[in-house]
Design a protein. Structure first.
Length: 256
């Protein structure tokens, strides 16, 4: 499974930005949202002393979001190509923004020990990263790695898709996730993105196929890329139980 995850993110790294209608605008929007959340935990600590580790950073969407708010950020991912792309974005899109602290990107496997010279005030795994792990044993190991890298009085932040809500809708064996996204990237380029989910019989997991089509009127070409990946339909109560096993404090979800 780890090889499948690595291959998926290696393959999609150069196209992942197209998933967002406007990736830079999304970074800015998430920056403001994440800052409001973190302010509840910083107390009187100055931002430049509140160190964050984005342990499943991908191409750096949330890493840049934290950095735009003035936090020191370390960020790692299993995918070499995703880290390469994050560093490209750092040079192309954020170098002139004069970030007080530029994110430090590096390759690392969440299921293996991560040897850094520090522990962090906040360790995050966002954007539905953890449901890639298909069983509790691997997920618990990932959570333990997060715990090993957080300070004794630090915090862990995890975000996953609301699978409780998805499963309430009794999903069919195959489900197209709409609306599709039609983006006008330039005067001559449009991008269409959609997913098809194939659920397992017991609806505990699904295999997703993401299609990204680029229509270039300048070259009169249409290119379609297909990327496939698997997710576990991880419910909140299961995740909370695993957090308890790992001796982590679990805050109530906002809807509780």
């Amino acid at each position: 499974m780890e090889k499948e995850i690595e291959t998926f993110y290696d393959d999609i790294a150069d196209y992942y930005r197209f998933i967002f209608p406007d990736w830079l605008n999304s970074v800015d929007r998430q920056s403001k949202i994440l800052n409001r959340i973190i302010e509840n935990y910083i107390c009187n600590k100055e931002k430049e002393k509140f160190e964050i580790y984005d342990i499943t950073c991908g191409i750096g969407t949330q890493s840049f979001a934290f950095a735009k708010q003035g936090f020191p950020v370390w960020a790692s991912d299993l995918s070499t190509n995703a880290i390469r792309k994050a560093n490209e974005f750092l040079k192309q899109d954020f170098h002139d923004n004069k970030l007080r602290f530029e994110p430090k990107f590096f390759v690392s496997d969440l299921l293996k020990p991560i040897d850094l010279d520090r522990k962090f005030d906040l360790v995050v795994a966002l954007d539905n990263a953890l449901p890639h792990f298909e069983n509790n044993e691997k997920l618990e190991k990932a959570l333990q790695t997060m715990q090993e890298n957080v300070k004794p009085n630090g915090f862990i932040m995890i975000s996953i898709r609301d699978y409780d809500k998805e499963l309430e809708q009794t999903p069919p064996k195959q489900q197209t996730k709409l609306p599709s996204i039609c983006l006008k990237k330039s005067d001559f380029e449009k991008v269409i993105v959609f997913q098809v989910w194939e659920w397992t019989q017991n609806q505990s997991a699904y295999h997703a196929h993401m299609y990204i089509t680029i229509d270039n009127s300048k070259t009169n070409t249409i290119e379609t890329k297909k990327f496939s990946f698997s997710y576990r339909a991880l419910k909140r109560n299961v995740l909370n139980q695993l957090l308890d096993v790992c001796l982590l404090y679990t805050s109530p979800s906002p809807r509780d």
